[in-house]
Design a protein around this ligand. Sequence first.
Ligand code: HEM
Length: 423
Amino acid sequence: MDISTALMILTAVVTYLIWWSFIARSMKGPRVWPIFGGLPDLILHSNSMHDWIADNLRKCGGTYQTCVLAIPFLARKQSLVTVTCDPKNLEHILKGRFDNYPKGPNWQSVFHDLLGDGIFNSDGETWLFQRKTAALEFTTRTLRQAMARWVSRAIKQRFCPILEAAQQQSKPVDLQDMLLRLTFDNICGLTFGKDPQTLSLEFPENGFAVSFDRATEATLQRFILPKILWKLKKFLRLGMEFSLRQSLEHIDAYLSDIINNRKLELVSQQSGGNGNPHDDLLSRFMKKKESYSDNFLQHVALNFILAGRDTSSTALSWFFWLVIQNPEVEEKILIEICTVLMETRGNDTRKWLEEPLVFEEVDRLTYLKAALSETLRLYPSVPQDSKHVVADDVLPSGAFVPGRIIHYLLHIRSWPDGIYLGG
Ligand code: HEM
């Protein structure tokens, strides 16, 4: 190697190290290594990611920045991540400057195969249109009625009988699994008017549910891998990408069948035929003047299933877990339920068990609602999320947002002392 080449390499290395030390010093968060940035720590804590981010936030006063890869040009465009849990910042991101923090192109390309341009995976006009349509179709009253019908039926005919059978046989039950099956059946009924009955005494495996889970898992794995790598795996049909493709084919066949049958039913009803009118989300979209493609209708359904299923079942699982830990809370909940039932159904306790509580009865359970809210505060179903940063910004806490990604935690474990007071 001649001396000029050696000098050039030395200059490049020194320039890089000056740039890196500037970047590393300006980041408040975990250590930033040369080239690999925050990636080593990220990989090291991949099994306890949530706790690790929460600890970092506590140490950094509620907001920090990190650089996933310390590579010039790439860092500024893709690798700088701002992480926050400060409630004032969250309000700013999700409400005040909502326009500056959309889901963004990375999120959309990761989810596109599963969710298309559905409400969960779109921004701007596409999102607004679906938001307005869903809000119009699902006014609170109609949503309540439809939800109450599906839930009551599943609780009376399947959930309670399974618990009774387990009690009689002195067998344990996997409550978390039961709640996931319950919410899956319920959200399928609400979304496309068909209860797959995954919650039943035999605990059957349901092809649609399995495919949906596999597709979600494979999609989430794309977040961990660089885009070029998962795109290559998709092209070569390797690993999880192969599983995603197969699952999507299954989901497509299942939903196409439902949509085709529904079309026939709607045509028959319009020409005066018999049959129960459907009030599910899919039918509501199909009855509109605009004609939507089957692909769009499938994505509407899948977005709702993703939105409503795990969120509700996770919240219920944590709720029962917390109630078991706190018998005094359980007692207060039971007393409240008995008091309301006494007023609405009288003293005959057999009548209390004939039917699940109707909405008006549930609405009067103030303490229960508070206990559920407390569960969501302590163990939020969506404890963290990311948004794309359109333009550089300054958060209410004073933190500058330079990069293209902002990540936020909703978990109180990440709050430093005094954050409530604006500290
Ligand atoms: C405990 C239960 C639930 C929790 C904790 C929860 C939580 C959330 C959160 C945090 C978001 C915002 C996501 C974001 O900003 O990107 C969201 C959005 C959404 N949720 Fe829920 N959810 C629950 C139940 C449901 C149910 C049962 C449904 C459907 C019937 C539903 C439908 C939706 C929809 C459609 C959106 C997208 C709204 C939009 O982007 O405009 N959720 N949910």
